[in-house]
Design a protein around this ligand. Structure first.
Ligand SMILES: NC(=O)C1=CN([C@@H]2O[C@H](COP(=O)(O)OP(=O)(O)OC[C@H]3O[C@@H](n4cnc5c(N)ncnc54)[C@H](O)[C@@H]3O)[C@@H](O)[C@H]2O)[C@@H](O)CC1
Ligand SMILES: Nc1ncnc2c1ncn2[C@@H]1O[C@H](COP(=O)(O)OP(=O)(O)O)[C@@H](O)[C@H]1O
Length: 521
């Protein structure tokens, strides 16, 4: 897992470490790392370094300073370098270094002409010190872009980006991975990220979150595989209850059920409306229907916390395709009252109330659903605001609903009520396809059922269990993302494609495209 820090915290840590404002130690280290990546990109794109052309957008602060020192180092290696000054002032020592190395400066008015013959654009306009109101020049899409610390106009604390942001092919981030590069638009416009260690170490506060990597799966699942695992019977491998589907959305229940079964579940018990029952039995023959009278008896046993056996449902997956009506409200109330760990999605949100409870819950909204959940809790925030600061609003909902929240999107954010946060990067934009979220709910249900969590956590272990639940949520998102990567490898991705890749995804998760952030020193 890679720790993530708010950009302003990294800036504070850098300031703490420097003896005075004229100390250029860190800036030189940052500029060296930037120049190194520029060399790599120029060689990759043009096959040469000497005689190639690099243009940098240079802002008035230290970010611009990094860019000027990096250009100077490129100029010394035979690259034609030009610094386009965005503001009235620029870093003085950086300008002097560039001039000594034979580089030149130009005004924004000259940019279009310079870009006609340019092998690399370095975006060293604005970094962690950017304030709202920036406007950047348009850059043709075919020019490779290297961002200095973060693409200009990305909020390093939240990931919000201005409309004129220049998407980078690569970003060299200094000191630590910043939140603004890990989530939101910032993640989408930063390309491949390389983090350069500036030795900030103890000057940094606690990380704000962690980005999960493919090989973290076992750690997150916390599976204790000993010799007895092979001797487990199906009830010990996990029994999941499913409350899902409606005449309007029968497919959602089928997708969730199929995902749960493909994830390696012991047994699936299904509570679905008649309109869905036949489809479910035909398409998921492994599932066993659960009638209403049997549900009441089962839940009574759950309340007594009997550990295993056919009679116990270890976890519930609730919501995909669910209709808000009297029957489902009754069933939902019964299930929630039994305090079994559960994952709650989609159609169940309209029937959920904020407030405290004694149950381990994972809520899995997308930004639109989070907006509605927060509105019900008295918090007025638009889906757009949520996309601009997803960690903040996911945390609000986790507190309001006393639940782990898994906020879906290009970066999936899993957060516990105490603020513990994990980020899972999507492997492919193709994951945003109808039914993909239903598949995720099935995966999460299976992960929960297999985890053998206590039905009623005591106050003492509520924080630890919140973290465990967050880890499991991230594990589910990771498997989902990896299934997406495998399916995308074959072509475009549908929810059924994801299902087909699930058995493999859980097993061979060693890397995830798009989630790898390289750390260098
Ligand atoms: N603090 C340090 O010790 C280090 C900082 N480094 C670099 O320094 C950057 C932070 O430097 P700064 O704090 O100087 O901040 P920036 O260089 O990110 O931006 C601040 C400058 O931009 C101007 N500015 C910001 N928003 C504006 C707006 N909307 N319109 C017009 N002008 C605007 C400010 O007036 C100021 O001159 C980091 O991102 C990183 O690139 C690195 O050199 C490593 C060491
Ligand atoms: N732009 C995106 N790139 C990658 N993954 C995305 C993107 N947008 C959404 N996702 C993922 O796609 C899935 C969609 O879930 P959801 O919106 O619930 O779909 P549905 O309701 O149709 O099943 C989630 O796992 C989400 O994280």
């Amino acid at each position: 897992m890679i720790p993530v820090y708010a950009g302003t915290h990294v800036r504070d840590a850098e300031a703490k470490l420097l003896r005075d404002a004229n100390d250029l130690t860190l800036m030189r280290r940052a500029a060296d790392a930037l120049a190194h990546q520029a060399v790599v990109m120029l060689k990759e794109d043009t096959g040469r370094l000497y005689g190639s052309r690099a243009v940098a957008l240079v802002g008035p602060g230290n970010n611009g300073g990094d860019g000027l020192f990096a250009l100077a180092s490129l100029a010394k290696r035979g690259v034609h370098t030009t610094a386009v000054l965005l503001g009235a002032k620029a870093h003085q020592e950086g300008l002097a270094a560039l001039s000594r190395a034979g580089g030149r400066t130009a005004a924004v008015a000259d940019l279009d002409e310079l870009l006609e013959d340019c092998d690399l654009l370095i975006d060293a306009g604005y970094g962690t010190g950017a304030r709202p109101g920036l406007q950047l020049p348009a850059i043709p899409r075919d020019i490779p872009v290297l961002a200095c610390d973060l693409p200009s106009g990305v909020d390093s604390d939240t990931g919000a980006a201005i409309d004129s942001v220049i998407p980078a092919d690569r970003t060299v981030s200094f000191g630590a991975l910043k939140t603004g590069l890990a989530v939101g638009s910032g993640h989408l416009v930063s390309g491949s990220i390389c983090v350069t260690d500036l030795g900030l170490g103890a000057a940094l506060p606690e990380p704000e979150a962690w980005v999960v990597q493919g090989d973290d799966l076992e750690l997150l699942l916390g599976r204790e595989e000993d010799w007895s695992a092979a001797g487990r019977h199906k009830y010990q491998r996990g029994v999941l209850g499913l409350l899902a589907g409606s005449a309007k959305y029968p497919g959602a229940a089928v997708l969730t059920a199929r995902a749960a079964v493909a994830g390696g579940l012991g047994l699936l018990r299904t509570l679905v409306p008649d309109a869905v029952a036949t489809a479910l039995t035909t398409q998921v023959p492994e599932s066993v229907p659960l009638a209403t009278p049997e549900l009441t008896a089962l839940l009574a046993r759950n309340r007594r916390n009997e550990r295993e056996g056919a009679a116990r449902i270890g976890a519930w997956a609730i919501g995909p395709g669910l209709d808000d009506n009297e029957d489902t409200r009754k069933h939902l109330a019964q299930i929630l009252a039994a305090n079994t760990p559960c994952v709650i999605d989609a159609g169940a949100f309209s029937m959920l109330e904020p407030g405290e409870h004694h149950q381990l819950r994972i809520l899995t909204p997308h930004a639109g659903e989070l907006h509605a959940l927060l509105a019900k809790a008295g918090v007025r925030v638009s889906s757009r605001d949520i996309a601009a600061d997803p960690i903040r609003w996911a945390r609000w909902a986790a507190v309001a609903y006393d639940s782990v929240v898994l906020l879906k999107g290009p970066s999936t954010i899993c957060t516990a009520p105490d603020g513990y946060t994990l980020i899972v990067h999507a492997s492919t934009p193709d994951l945003a396809t109808a039914g993909s979220g239903d598949v995720l709910t099935g995966i999460l249900g299976t992960v929960l059922a297999a985890a053998n969590l206590p039905a009623t956590p005591t106050n003492k272990d509520v924080v630890a269990l919140g973290h465990r639940l967050t880890d499991l949520a991230a594990a589910g998102a990771l498997i989902h993302a990896h299934a997406g990567a495998l399916a995308a490898h074959e072509g475009t991705v549908s929810a059924v494609d994801l299902l087909q890749e699930l058995p493999r995804a859980g097993r061979d998760l060693t890397f995830l495209d798009g989630s790898i952030v390289r750390m260098s020193s």
